[in-house]
Structure formats: structure tokens, C-alpha cells
Ligand binder design. Sequence first.
Ligand SMILES: Cc1cc2nc3c(=O)[nH]c(=O)nc-3n(C[C@H](O)[C@H](O)[C@H](O)COP(=O)(O)OP(=O)(O)OC[C@H]3O[C@@H](n4cnc5c(N)ncnc54)[C@H](O)[C@@H]3O)c2cc1C
Length: 468
Amino acid sequence: MPKAINPSRRRLLLLAGAALGSGALGGIAHFAHADSDGDDSDKHFEDSANTSFTLASTGLVARVVVVGGGMAGATAAKYLRLWGGSGLQVTLVEPNARYTSNIMSNLVLNGSRNIATLGYTYDSLAAKYGVTVKAARVTAIDSAARSLSLSDGSSLAYDRLILAPGVEFSDAYGLTQADYATRTPHAWQAGAQTTLLASQLAAMQDGTFVMTIPKAPYRCPPGPYERACLVADYLKTYRGAGSRVVVLDENATIQAERETFTHAFGVTHAGVISYEAGVTGITIDPLTRRVSYLDAVGAPRTIDAQVVSPIPPHRASGSAAGGWLAAAGLNNSADGRWCVVDVLSYQSTAVAGIHVIGDAASCGMPKAGHVANQEAKICADAIIRLLAGQQPDPAPVANSACYSPITATTASWLTAVYQYDSAGRKMVLAANGGNPVGATAIEAASVSNSNFRQMGTWFNTLMGDSFG
Ligand SMILES: Cc1cc2nc3c(=O)[nH]c(=O)nc-3n(C[C@H](O)[C@H](O)[C@H](O)COP(=O)(O)OP(=O)(O)OC[C@H]3O[C@@H](n4cnc5c(N)ncnc54)[C@H](O)[C@@H]3O)c2cc1C
């Protein structure tokens, strides 16, 4: 039988639970169980596994709209309901019925995974947590009226707004969006382009696969190097000795897991991968697949490739000139590509009442799915506290883990903890062993089969936490 709990006491319990869980995957497990111990409630949801829990009644009443049902937005919508309770009316606006995970999508290229295994629906968010899912795209924000315009012609009012729209890709290297879609896929947003790139790779004979990496910051720092390794592994396993992977990096060095990838390029895939850092002036002919560029010392080079996968520069979705995010003045980084946020709440530093999380935000942490999940929890916790008349957690902590397959059966990993630096008002790498100077992310000591197996557990846990 439900037992009565004084609403203000409940709210304190709830906010304490939110604080504990905000930085960690799985923190919610304790919280959900605490709820099911018999708190009173307005709403009761059951999941398909026949477990059930009760959403708390916290006394908080507000309309929160979340835009974008990717890693960041799905997590935020779920945790707002779990921690904020049934009085929070949470609407998730997302045009697609199904989300395709970018994480693990490089494994589609070598045939290890089918793209269909990377699909996630919003059914759990709706059925288990009572999130209202609106199938539409946001086309405009009226921040003064606190209202959104949607692609179906309707409008949606909010008290607090979270934007998690991910990234959009620039026309670059002489290529257009149509070239990316049909000839030279970047496949940096998993889906049709991933399948296209996989089929181009499968059709390759002995020849050269060229890929490019844009200047940081970009989505998933280790991801391009992981792609190079998997394509090289595939070509040397299934094609002739003449196959090559050329990696043209616009950065001066490898951007993540430097030791791991230096070893992978120079030893594991020696003779197959050719890595060139500091290249400039890339141009790509989408019809002939001729790639021209200047090498690190400015010498002109040309490669005739069989397959080209350029990862073009990207920016927060909607931040191009005339875009819906730009029109609201939210893309306030110096280069106009990202949304600068206060990392205690993820509230935009440009527009009050609007929070930005995930890859679209500029917050000092890498653009990664695991990090997006963490930002979502910090943001959800902060919004609940603000609605309750409190201040955001003054010392948030976030963790990040990332596994990188190096071959079809082995993987490496990278992990880091970030903490709030009140002097710089930003998230910084936490000190390892108490020494804040030179704190770094930690790489796996070696590449192994067991890392590859653990990668599956990590992935399923992360996706379950975000969408389940
Ligand atoms: C090949 C590859 C491998 C990766 N591997 C890893 C990894 O191993 N580990 C890791 O942590 N990260 C990895 N990442 C990075 C990770 O996928 C991203 O950092 C993460 O998806 C960012 O989440 P997000 O919610 O910001 O954006 P997304 O997940 O892209 O979601 C954005 C959502 O917003 C929606 N949207 C856009 N515009 C609108 C609009 N106007 N209205 C409504 N909705 C809108 C989109 O439809 C989309 O569903 C990888 C990325 C790639 C490309």
C-alpha cells in the first residue's frame, strides 16, 4: 500500500537522490527502487519485463520540453521524469521514430554489425516514464514567449527548454550534402550513409581508401582513428596486399588514445595505414574521387582513391546562417558553431531558460555519447533544483568511457573523470592520484579480446540507461 510522505520531505529525498546519481551511470537504479518502496504517487508505469515502479509526486509542476531524442535528449527526458516526478510534464520533440546509434556504427563497415542492431525507439520513454513524444522538428524558438514552432505547423509552450539537436555538417572540400548522401559518405551520423559506405568498401578491389579528419572540436575524438583501423583490418583480411588506407588529419596530432593508435597504425596495421597529420587545403572530386591536399610542409599531393570518406567540419544543428538555433542567438561560441553553456546547469550563456546539452554544447568535455548521457543528468538535476527554488549542484562530476575496436575482435579503451573547476567555471579532467597538473584521460594498457567483449557490456548498459 502506498504510504503518505510529506511533499517537502519527498522533494528533499528526491533531490538528494538526483545529486547522487547525476554523475554516474546506474545511479538511478537506487533511486527507482527507493521510489518503488511505497511512496505515494499520481502515476504508475509498468515496463515490458513486468517490473513496475511509481513516479514520485514531488510537488514540482512545470512543462519541460526536450528537443532531440539522441544520446543527450533521451537521457534528459527520462531522468527529468524519474527525478522530477509526475508533476513535470516532459515532451520530447524528435522527428524520427527510431534513433540509430553512432556508437558501434564503425563496426557496420566491416560487417561485424548490421545497422538494424543499432536502432532504438522511444517506446520505453513513453510507456515506462510517461514522456510525451512529439514526432516533429523544431523550426523556430521564441524565447521571449517561451514557445517553439514545429515542422507540423503546431507550437509548443515551455517553462524550461533543453536543446539536444546534435550536429550538422558543412559543405566542405568541394563537396555538397548531396555528395555526402550519394558518393562520398561521411557516415558521421549513423544511418543511410553508414550503409552506403559499407557497400562501397565491400565493392573495393585492391586500391586506396581515403578518409579525412576535421580540426577539433569534432564529434567523438577517437572515432576517426577507430574507423581507419577497422577499414584497414577489413581490407587486409579480405582484399589484396595493394590495399591502403590513407588518413588525412587536419589536426597536428592524433586527438585521442595517442599511444594506442600510434601503435595500431605503425605496428598492427603497418604497411596498410598511412597517417598524415597537419594537412591543409583538401579538395575532393566526388565523381573521379581524386583527392588533392597540401602535406604538413605545404607540398601539393594527389591521391586517386577508390573510396573516399571525408568527415567534414560540423557544428551544432541549426547553427548555420538562417538556422533555427542561430536565429535564437544560441550559437554564441567565438566561431559561431557551438552553444556556450554554464556547466553547472547547462543553461545557455546567451539566452535564459534554455539549456543545451550533448554535441551541440561547448562545455569543456569531449563530444561523445557517454559524455552526452552525463551532461543530460547534470542538466536534469539542475533544472529540478532550480524549479524547487534551489541552486544547481556546485560540484558536478562526470565520467566518460569509450571503447575503440582496433580489429574485428580486439579493442582498446579510454576513460576519464571530469570535475568542476570553480576558478575557471568549467569542467576539467579530474586529478589522477591527487595531482591536478597534467591530469589526463587513461588509455588501456593493451589492445585485447577481453576489451572487445567488455565493449558490448558497456554499450548495452549505456544505451539501456539512455533509452531503456
Ligand atoms: C562513428 C562514430 C562512433 C562513435 N563512437 C562513440 C563511442 O564509442 N563512445 C561515445 O561516447 N561516443 C561515440 N560517438 C559520439 C556520439 O555518437 C555522439 O557524441 C552522441 O550521439 C551525441 O549525442 P547528441 O544527443 O548530442 O546527438 P545525437 O545523438 O546526434 O542526437 C541528436 C538528435 O537530435 C535530433 N534533432 C536534430 N535537429 C532537430 C530539430 N530541429 N528538432 C528536433 N530534433 C532534432 C536528431 O534527429 C537526433 O535524433 C561516436 C560517433 C560516431 C559518428
